[in-house]
Design a protein around this ligand. Structure first.
Ligand code: SAM
Length: 294
């Protein structure tokens, strides 16, 4: 049962009231688009399946619309907010919640493992729930995935087009290196699309809520992760070129390289004339493993 309240921060009138009271000029450069619709927040909390035995990490709490929902529906909330002006506002708006800690720091520079172990009093399952600043969506997701934190699930509001790319299947236009890098570690699902009208100010792009659930083991077994990610990057470097052209561009055009690549592609049963977007993650893994083993 998700708790709600009539005086939620997430309403058009209350958000306007808070902005006016604090004479707040919202910064586009920090991706400040605040959520004003309680129904969307309720759905986000439901997708994250929060309960009192879960801790939550939030990135970019703004004036606290989502933070409030997280505080009501989880054990403890650790929220990062880069804009110092929000601190006093958050303290005032969230005064009735004793389970929220706000850290005034750039999430990309934060030592997450250290801060998480200092802030949370109990070691409970950890989830990330956030309405992300869109200008750094991918760096934030990579920072979280690559951190040593055992994050069970990430539920984030992001640009719709990025959510489509992350959750894309092979053969689709949106499928690319980002889909593979994230799906290697996480099960990705675009859960629902969100209209621009629920934000103040309205963003220029459509939004969507994305759910990422950590896999117990990566989707495919690769001998050398670094080599695998290098191959993915190389294969998608020039989208309109064939796999063969992209591989030569990245690994060299010498006859010896050509011979080696052809041998590897043949052994992995992959036609060099295919485009990268037609290859499954399993095929990329087979290719990478054959390259490493050769
Ligand atoms: N959670 C609020 C909501 O849903 O209404 C605000 C979300 S707003 C899209 C993104 C927030 O992230 C802004 O408050 C912004 O100041 C903050 N932010 C931007 N860059 C950040 C960074 N590098 N680290 C931490 N917070 C950041």
């Amino acid at each position: 049962m998700i708790e709600r309240d009539l005086r939620d921060i997430a309403s058009l009138s209350r958000t306007r009231e808070i902005i006016k009271k604090h004479n707040l000029q919202l910064k586009k450069s920090l991706g400040q688009n605040f959520l004003t619709d309680a129904n969307i927040l309720q759905k986000i909390v439901e997708v994250a399946k929060l309960d009192q035995a879960t801790n939550v990490l939030e990135i970019g709490s703004g004036i606290g619309a989502l933070t409030e929902y997280l505080a009501r529906n989880s054990c403890q909330v650790l929220a990062f907010e880069i804009d110092q002006r929000m601190l006093a506002i958050l303290a005032e708006n969230l005064t009735s919640y004793s389970n929220v800690a706000v850290i005034n720091q750039d999430i990309l520079k934060a030592d997450l493992t250290k801060i998480v172990s200092e802030v949370f009093s109990e070691r409970l399952p950890l989830k990330v729930v956030a309405n992300l600043p869109y200008y750094i969506t991918t760096p934030i997701l990579m920072h979280l995935i690559e951190s040593r934190l055992e994050i069970e699930q990430i539920v984030v509001m992001i640009q719709k087009e990025v959510a489509e790319r992350i959750s894309a299947k092979p053969g689709s236009k949106a499928y690319g290196s980002l889909s593979i890098v994230i799906q290697y570690f996480m099960e990705a699902e675009l859960v629902f699309i969100v209209p621009k009208t629920v934000f103040i100010p309205q963003p220029n792009v459509a939004s969507a809520v994305l759910s990422l659930i950590r896999r117990k083991t990566p989707l495919v077994s690769v001998i050398n992760e670094e080599a695998f990610f290098r191959l993915i990057k190389a294969a998608f470097a020039l989208r309109r070129k064939t796999l063969w052209n992209n591989l030569l561009h990245a690994y060299g055009k010498d006859q010896a390289v050509k011979d080696k690549l052809l041998k590897i592609l043949t052994s992995a049963a992959i036609d060099p004339k295919r485009r990268a977007e037609t290859l499954t993650i399993q095929e990329f893994a087979a290719l990478s493993n054959a390259m490493v083993a050769d």
